[in-house]
Design a protein around this ligand. Structure first.
Ligand code: PMV
Length: 329
């Protein structure tokens, strides 16, 4: 196959990934756990073009920036190297990558996760590689850490691993939950997660505490998931997110992803709990807040938070997968 199309969804981490042990291999400092969503898909078509002299990356119908194109080329180089060692025809061909995001890029809704997960699946197929989910998860990791988890449907755990082979995501059982995404600011984030992670590791006095406590939170979270304990899952989610932001805010120069509008959502969620509605908040490297709740209470949570921004209820979605190329047109 020289053209392939894949679809992937972003995921929201309940135990966050923030910090790398190995930048080249993209090995994380600690494992993480997330829910792959059923919304905000990325659909990506990779078409090999043996006559082209460079890769082309079209994002949302327009030529991507040179920086974005370099990232895609580096990723395709990994796929080409693999296809070359598997002696595939066309293994050195350049490609046209056409990608569409249903979520605003860079707003902290993890379009890098769905983007690289879709690219991994489409590129592997276009270059003729037959990879299983674990291998695709490892490949997606090289593009963006959070993409590792978007290969998995629903709840997925990304094992930190010791090396390239052992650092991948796999499914984990857990309680049913909905997520209410509260978009308080749809703009681009100011500091990329790559730069934010580097700065946190290099300058935050809380970085080692963050890494150690995340490894413990992941163990506790896995146990709570397996036990179907929604309350404990929610409690760990909220404290893990606040610990991540505390470590980030302690950088020099400081980085603050949360705005006052974000903190107001955390306050409103606490208020919901005092009224007996179990909801717990988390936030990635941006100002938007994601609130987890039991599915039956998601509407009430969304209604309570509607004054704070755009609200959207989402649930568990599929892992990254191939689709017929015509469907993307
Ligand atoms: O892999 P990246 O660059 O998308 O970083 C993801 C970082 C967070 O979204 C903040 C946390 C996470 O685990 O998804």
């Amino acid at each position: 196959m020289t053209t392939a199309t894949a679809r992937a969804h972003p995921n929201i981490a309940l135990v966050k990934y923030w910090g790398k042990r190995d930048e080249e291999l993209m090995l994380p400092a600690a494992g993480s756990l997330s829910l792959t969503l059923d919304a905000y898909a990325t659909t990506t078509t990779v078409s090999l073009d043996p006559s082209a002299t460079e890769d082309r990356f079209v994002l949302g119908g327009a030529a991507a920036t040179p920086g974005q194109t370099v990232q895609v080329t580096r990723f395709l180089d990994l796929v080409r190297a693999r296809a070359g060692s598997a002696a595939r025809a066309d293994s050195s061909a350049h490609a046209v990558v056409d990608s569409r995001n249903e979520a605003p890029t860079g707003a902290g809704l993890a379009s890098s996760a769905s983007g690289f997960a879709a690219l991994a699946v489409a590129a592997a197929a276009a270059y003729g590689l037959d990879l299983d989910r674990t291998e695709l998860s490892r490949l997606a990791r090289r593009g963006s850490g959070s993409a590792t988890r978007s290969l998995v449907a629903g709840l997925g755990i990304w094992h930190a691993g010791d090396d390239d082979a052992s650092s991948f995501a796999e499914p984990i059982e857990g309680p049913e939950m909905s997520m209410v995404i509260v978009t308080v600011d749809p703009g681009q984030k100011k500091v990329s997660s790559r730069e934010g992670m580097r700065r946190t590791a290099a300058t935050s006095p809380y970085y080692s505490g963050w890494v150690d406590s995340t490894a413990r939170s992941l163990e506790e979270m896995s146990a709570a998931c397996r036990a179907g304990d929604f309350t404990r899952v929610g409690e760990i989610t909220e404290s893990n997110a606040l610990r991540m932001h505390a470590a980030i805010e302690a950088c020099e120069p400081p980085i603050r992803y949360l705005r006052s509008t974000s903190v107001a959502v955390f306050d409103a969620v606490e208020q919901l709990r005092t009224r007996g509605i179990e909801a717990y908040a988390t936030a990635d490297a941006g100002p938007n807040v994601v609130v987890i709740s039991r599915p039956a209470e998601a509407e009430a949570v969304a209604e309570h938070l509607a004054d704070h921004g755009d609200v959207r209820i989402v649930g568990a979605g599929p892992g990254a997968h191939l689709i017929p190329t015509e469907e993307s047109a």
